[in-house]
Ligand binder design. Structure first.
Ligand code: SAM
Length: 218
């Protein structure tokens, strides 16, 4: 479990109230998880003072750590329970995986950029979060050997719902994925119902491109 006593405690509480709760995400478990995870440990040292603002920040390799609100929106849409096993596609800095790790039993995260996966592992260790496994690969294919998952979360936007991710959902499992063009998408939730997958559109969103076999071409 991440520690709470650090120099950024006040900034973190302000982030949770102003950028998450006051913008409409009120799930207490999600708020508490974000109040616990030291987000500044997931950005480079020079950016630490900006870690709790209402923005995304560069993490290298042309990628970003998502806005606090975006992380809260995606995570809340998964409706996690404490025993859940979660697959994350797009580890990035490891921050969202750390938040998921507060809410679920295990998180398996796939990142296509090996340099980012290595940094994410280091960040997670510094934050003392040990129920997240990180692997390098094309997350649009899922993680067949570890399936099924109670929840799957995709932190990049692709042209379609990756079929393997739907197939790897456990009964009742939820997949949250941005789908659309490279510059704008809608956030889609697919629930594995007893009569087949049920798809809902949750709203507009904007993510970096999902690159891979069931994403935009590599
Ligand atoms: N959730 C991350 C965080 O908390 O820092 C931010 C994720 S960033 C917005 C999107 C990430 O998805 C990038 O690191 C990118 O390299 C990764 N990505 C894009 N396509 C991917 C794929 N097919 N498989 C795995 N990762 C992918």
């Amino acid at each position: 479990m991440a520690g709470v006593a650090d120099d950024f405690g006040r900034a973190r509480r302000r982030m949770v109230v102003e950028h998450v709760l006051e913008r409409g995400i009120s799930d207490p478990a999600v708020l508490e998880a974000m109040a616990r995870v030291p987000r500044h440990l997931f950005v480079e040292e020079a950016l630490e003072p900006r870690a709790y603002g209402d923005w995304s920040l560069p993490i290298g390799f042309g990628q970003t750590i998502s806005h606090p609100f975006t992380v809260a929106l995606l995570v809340a849409a998964l409706d996690l329970r404490s025993g859940d096993r979660v697959l994350e596609v797009g580890t990035g800095s490891g921050y969202q995986a750390a938040v998921l790790g507060q809410l679920a039993a295990n998180v398996l995260s796939i990142e296509r950029v090996s340099g980012l996966a290595a940094r994410a592992r280091r960040n997670l260790d510094r934050a003392r979060i040990y129920n997240v496994a990180v692997r390098v690969g094309d997350g649009t294919l899922g993680w067949r050997g570890e399936a099924p998952f109670d929840a799957v979360i995709v932190a990049a936007g692709g042209p379609e719902i990756p079929r393997p991710l739907v197939e790897q959902l456990a009964p009742g499992g939820r997949l949250v994925v941005p789908v659309g063009r490279t510059d704008e998408q809608v956030l889609v939730r697919v629930t594995a119902g007893s009569t087949g997958p049920v798809t809902e559109v949750l709203g507009d969103c904007r993510f970096v491109p999902l690159v891979g076999r069931f994403g935009f071409g590599a």
